[in-house]
Design a binder for this molecule. Structure first.
Ligand code: FAD
Length: 399
């Protein structure tokens, strides 16, 4: 008789895992509380589905925090393996100018989700929708409820893929955390990552710059810096330029109740070059306009510089250069977790074996955003789902 595998949650990890499990060997069932699978996967596709990144393994692995826990599985199931696997199942990809990997334009996120679901259906995997996991049973089985009943499910292996705590509307509400804590599994509270950060903008300034973007800037918090783009909002600031700094920002906010964001408005020009350019300006009435044109700044950058630097600084080339290269903003708190792209927190990595099994509960495995690790946007999140699910399916298939 085939051994049973129960997958709890039907999001990105569950889909990648189910596609790769050996159904000649196992009877596999997915229990998902929503009426459809992969809702967050579809949300992820909303802004352009960034499946992974094309950079070298050496740099790739450094994007995860902590990266040590991921090193082993990534060495076997890397971004190259993910891309090859996607091609094998009919999802062609291309590398964008940023190095990010996307599905070919004719394939929409829903098409990709359907390809994954078709594979699962062909493998005769049982899919129980509208089935919510509600806890552990004393007899080493799990408790579920559907619209009619509460019932227990027995299995040889349980794999938890219930996601983190962002975008509750997709089903990933993190409510499983307490139940794991209650049976003695160490967890960390959820926090927002890849999210907006609050800035106490002066009203007159934000009225002018709300919704405006800062492009091609370098953003730095602590020792971590990132080139990219952000959008200035009434709440504060958000966007790819600061998402990778989320961990450093959270750390500073915890320690000092604020974080210092340093922006270089002209990362491609050295202080010397900027200085030389500025010294050619004649201090006439249209000085600001000349600075704008000569340095190719945009009006939003100019508004920020003028608001936060005194007139004396603004007209002194050596001081203005410093302000342009080291423009400082104070970040006060993270934005609402429900609007974040990902969360950190969840299950402590220390209590897992290298193949993601709970050390104190054999045959119970946890993968994906339920685990306490951080990664930036740019494909690193879905890549981690692929890597963990491939590593785990490889392990189970070889049992
Ligand atoms: C706006 C947005 C954009 C994103 N863009 C990208 C991107 O471009 N590239 C990228 O790499 N990543 C992106 N991500 C992140 C990516 O979607 C997630 O990292 C990934 O989906 C996590 O997979 P998971 O399987 O761990 O959890 P999820 O995909 O969240 O799946 C968890 C599943 O478990 C189910 N569940 C929860 N509790 C229960 C329960 N009690 N019983 C039964 N089922 C339950 C949920 O309903 C859900 O279906 C984005 C995320 C967001 C929010």
């Amino acid at each position: 008789m085939k051994k049973k595998i129960v997958i709890v949650g039907g999001g990105s990890c569950a889909l990648f895992l189910a596609c790769q499990l050996d159904t000649k060997k196992y009877e596999v069932s997915i229990y998902e509380k929503n009426k459809t699978l992969g809702r967050k996967f579809l949300v992820a596709g909303g802004g352009g589905l960034n499946l992974t990144h094309s950079e070298s393994s050496y740099n790739f692995i450094k994007k995860y925090s902590p990266h040590s826990f991921f090193k082993n599985s990534f060495s076997k199931f890397s971004n190259k393996n993910f891309i090859n696997w996607l091609h094998k199942i009919g999802i062609e990809t291309y590398v964008g100018s940023s190095g990010r990997v996307f599905p070919n334009k004719e394939k929409k996120p829903i098409d990709i989700l359907n390809i994954l679901i078709n594979i699962i259906q062909q493998k005769k995997i049982n899919i129980f929708k509208k089935h919510e996991w509600i806890g552990f049973d004393l007899t080493q089985s799990l408790l579920f409820k559907n619209h009619k009943n509460t019932f227990t499910v027995k299995s040889d292996y349980f794999i938890y893929c219930m996601g983190g705590a962002t975008w509750r509307v997709t089903g990933s509400d993190g409510s499983w955390l307490k139940k794991f804590e209650n049976i003695g599994i160490p967890t960390f509270p959820f926090e927002a990552s890849n999210c907006a950060f609050k800035i106490n903008w002066p009203t007159e300034l934000i009225n002018r710059i709300e919704g405006k973007a800062l492009k091609n800037c370098s953003f730095k918090v602590g020792k971590i810096s990132q080139l990219g783009e952000v959008v200035l909002t009434r709440f504060g600031i958000e966007g790819g330029g600061i998402y990778p700094l989320s961990g450093s920002i959270r750390k500073q906010i915890k320690a000092y109740k604020k974080a210092e964001l340093i922006i270089d408005f002209k990362p491609n020009l050295s202080e010397d070059v900027l200085f030389k350019k500025l010294t050619t300006i004649k201090k006439t009435k249209n000085y600001s306009q000349q600075v704008l044109t000569l340095l190719n700044l945009n009006p939003t950058q100019l508004s920020l510089l003028k608001y936060y630097t005194s007139k004396e600084v603004f007209i002194m080339p050596n001081l203005l250069v410093k302000a342009i290269k080291n423009f400082k903003l104070e970040l006060k708190e993270t934005g609402p977790i429900d609007e974040a792209i990902s969360s950190v927190g969840g299950i402590d990595l220390k209590i897992l074996t290298p193949h993601f099994e709970l050390k104190s509960f054999s045959n119970h495995f946890v993968i994906g955003e339920m685990l306490n690790y951080d990664a930036p946007t740019g494909g690193y999140l879905l890549q981690s789902c692929y890597t963990m699910s491939s590593y785990l399916s490889n392990y189970l298939n070889s049992q």
